[in-house]
Design a protein around this ligand. Sequence first.
Ligand SMILES: *Cc1c(COP(=O)(O)O)cnc(C)c1O
Length: 429
Amino acid sequence: MINSWRKETICVQGGYNPKVGEPRIPAIVQSTTYKYDNPDHLAELFDLKTSGHMYSRISNPTVEAFESKVAALEKGVGALATASGQSATLLSILNICSSGDNILAASTLYGGTFTLFSSSLKKFGVEVSFVNPDLPASEILSYAKENTKAIFAETISNPSLKLLDFEKFSYISKTLGIPLIVDNTFPTPVLCNPFEHGANIIVHSATKYIDGHGTSIGGVIVDGGNFNWCNGKFPELTEPDPSYHGLSYIKEFKNLAYITKARVHLLRDLGPALSPFNGFLLNLGLDSLTLRMERHSSNALNLSKFLSTHPKVSWVNYPKLEGHPSFELSEKYLPLGGSGIVTFGVEGGRAAAKKLIENLKLASLVVHLGDVRTSVIHPASTTHRQLSDEELAASGVHGDLIRVSVGIEHIEDIINDFVQGLDSLKEEI
Ligand SMILES: *Cc1c(COP(=O)(O)O)cnc(C)c1O
């Protein structure tokens, strides 16, 4: 039934199907462990011969309800929740890359992902080649090496707000025989389903819109079940795993091989599991996701239209604004709305940008986005401050850039806050 439901229905009904007398809402199963009657049954669980919960580092019923709902919303075959978006991204790569391997990544990335790739993955021996996503396919292909195992990009880049050209990137991944891994945090499964456009693996920072209320850090990996891992490049999935008595993930789990390995190998060994309580809150967030994404999107479009007319604003960046470099791509891939993030610059550069943020009353300064409450940040001095000037330019972050996460308040109240903030700027400069 769930496969024929629309997203509005999956958001509230999906992922959990209580039997007679069971709680209507997935209960918070705040238990590390699960009881069994005989050691042989537990041994079968350890050997992956049978399924069931045994230890909450690997799986938990509350977290499972969340995972099943996200998998259904993304139209994937399975999902794995993680302690954060960062750990979702990390595991999505480590699941198929070892020391000595390489991945390609669009240079327009969330600052945390950029440093994970350029610093920590490097220390693990995985080299990341950053490519300008606007280059033609032939040039991006020329960055690939024999040991290139994946290509990574964001659907809407944070904070440069470029739309991923799925056609080009899926062509590149197919040509190279490597999976396209997409960070779909900004659109959420409500506004874009990357598997329909050639992606193979999706990661989310569930901390953002999926939670939506600023309560929980969490992440999720979704497997499209649509990649051929048997092309000789991914022995970790096809060859026997000595830590499971020589089991081959592909033979045993077919199109669930990737997501199963991420759980039973990486979550088991590295441990970034989502807590049941956070799983409960993230699942609650999903209930209202379709409604919130509609409002975030319409408020963001209206705010960006207003800002475009203001004399103190030097530029406005929102993919659904006509004339935006990604406008055509956003019409194609985000037909329902452009999500809630707007960036803009103010006359007077970096100093004026900081002053405006101080002047705002309704929009608060927080290191966060995707919340129901409108917030702002100055990326060049915060989320992206570890980047060099060259790296800042490559990821599209200018010194005067203010990033607004437009909330679901009444649009007039949001606009009025920016009117008073920009007006007092006028007096001071
Ligand atoms: C915030 C964010 C992340 C990291 O997620 P956390 O939950 O903070 O670890 C990854 N990608 C994007 C696009 C983000 O905005």
